[in-house]
Design a protein around this ligand. Structure first.
Ligand code: 4GX
Length: 246
């Protein structure tokens, strides 16, 4: 899968993505990304990327022409790719959206700064606006990197054996159960005995119940859209869960 990030700060994107699993996946060829520097699409001696808003007031607005030209270059490098703009005005990004985007061959991520883009650039180039949440960043670059990270780890070949996308939080609509590793006991405390028992059915049951407990305690709202069976409901009822109020 290929990502093209259109940005005024290409080094920020390269440094955020150039580590650990994503770095290895790029080296192995299972992932590609490149940046397009909006500055190189700016005109004049000062290569001005932004300007004061018409109508007055504070802040700066990214000029339409350089953005449109930079996105056109990106489309040339990834024909048919969807253009996503990261902004607090977008639809909330979540695991379901990550899974949907992971089905694409390539994506173009457009990063805004200051007060955002001139509305004409938004109209001309953007297919979809996504938000990481109800807070304000200094720019769209870190948001674009979050989307790339969450989407990439769903692609075959990106996660190694030591990590799997199938079992983590949200793949089943629940939070995960707790995890333990060596030593089995020490000053840190003891590992729950069931995990050392070798009884795989008992371990699966424990994990399911701890996952339900965690979700009920930390994010009870998730339970209303999770797939729960009779045993799950009985266990949750024992914790004081009231189906209609969660
Ligand atoms: N989830 N930002 C976009 C520029 C901007 C300002 C106003 C449109 C309107 C963000 C987020 C985010 C900071 C990226 C402001 N664009 N991106 N930028 N929350 O806060 O994705």
């Amino acid at each position: 899968m290929k990502f093209i990030v259109v940005t005024l700060f290409p080094e920020l994107v390269e440094s955020a993505l150039g580590h650990s699993i994503l770095k290895q996946a790029r080296a192995a060829g299972s992932l590609q990304w490149q940046t397009i520097d909006i500055r190189q699409h700016c005109e004049g001696r000062h290569k001005q990327a932004d300007d004061a808003p018409f109508g007055g007031g504070g802040g700066m607005v990214m000029k339409a022409a350089p953005v449109i030209s930079a996105v056109a270059e990106a489309k040339g490098a990834a024909p048919g790719a969807k253009v996503i703009y990261l902004s607090p005005q977008g639809r909330p990004f979540d695991q379901a959206k990550a899974a949907e985007l992971a089905r694409s061959e390539s994506l173009i991520l457009l990063c805004g700064h200051y007060e955002g883009l001139d509305e004409r650039a938004l109209q001309a180039c953007v297919d979809e606006e996504l938000s990481l949440g109800d807070f304000v960043l200094t720019g769209g670059e870190l948001a674009a990197c979050v989307v790339i990270d969450a989407v990439s780890r769903l692609k075959p070949g990106v996660l190694g054996n030591e990590a799997s996308a199938g079992q983590d939080s949200f793949s089943n609509g629940l939070l995960e159960h707790p995890h333990y590793t060596r030593p089995a006991e020490g000053p840190e405390g003891q590992v729950p005995a069931v995990l050392l028992s070798g009884d795989h059915a008992a371990i699966e049951r424990w994990r399911r119940q701890e996952s339900l407990r965690n979700t009920f305690k930390k994010r009870p709202g998730l339970l209303s859209s999770a797939a729960l069976d009779k045993n799950d409901r009985a266990f949750l009822n024992g914790l004081g869960w009231k189906e209609e109020t969660s």
